[in-house]
Design a binder for this molecule. Structure first.
Ligand SMILES: [Mg+2]
Length: 182
């Protein structure tokens, strides 16, 4: 339940077109530290990514525990659907996002930077969960605390059969991001 299906150093390294070929049709993103630094507005590369995803054929939705004041303008800038105050890792917000998308849960990718909220919840509802390295610095005590516990969890994950071996470069991951998203 706590293991992501896959792991990447950054959202901007994920080979989305390959996932489309595999049958995935919608992507639900966490926002803070997944697409932009915590609390930051939509930047050029997040806009480009969403445009590119729509060109591939994906629908995009955001699922955030942050409030509507934060999430609504962000989603509007990227012309995507959203669920704010999502209450991750509880199932309710995830299911609401699937209702907005009208896509079979088996065809949904979920992308987030936190195991104990993003990944746990996505696994509970059966979305294909992808853990990404966080963008930006740690913001407060609780996030630092969660990161430390995540490190311990990741240690076991990377030794388990579930691990696919695409070890993310969490330090300096920007280096491995395709030119167009830098
Ligand atoms: Mg996050």
């Amino acid at each position: 339940m706590l293991y992501p299906k896959e792991e990447f150093g950054s959202t901007y390294q994920i080979p989305f077109a390959e996932f489309y070929k595999k049958g995935y049709r919608a992507i639900i993103f966490d926002i803070d530290n997944t697409l932009v630094p915590h609390g930051a507005p939509a930047d050029e590369r997040s806009k480009k990514l969403c445009r590119d995803l729509r060109t591939i054929g994906f629908q995009v939705c955001f699922l955030s525990n942050n409030n509507t004041k934060r999430v609504a303008p962000f989603a509007k800038a990227l012309e995507a659907k959203y669920v704010s105050n999502a209450g991750k890792p509880f199932k309710k917000g995830y299911l609401e996002a699937a209702r907005l998308l009208k896509v079979d849960p088996k065809r949904i990718l979920f992308i987030g930077d936190q195991i104990f909220t993003d990944i746990l919840g996505a696994n509970r509802v059966g979305y294909y969960s992808i853990l990404v390295g966080p963008i930006g610095k740690y913001e407060n005590f609780w996030i630092v605390f969660k990161r430390v516990t995540e490190r311990i969890e990741l240690f076991f994950y990377r030794r388990s059969k579930a691990y696919k071996g695409n070890k993310p470069n969490r330090n300096g991951y920007e280096k491995n991001i395709p030119e167009e998203y830098r």
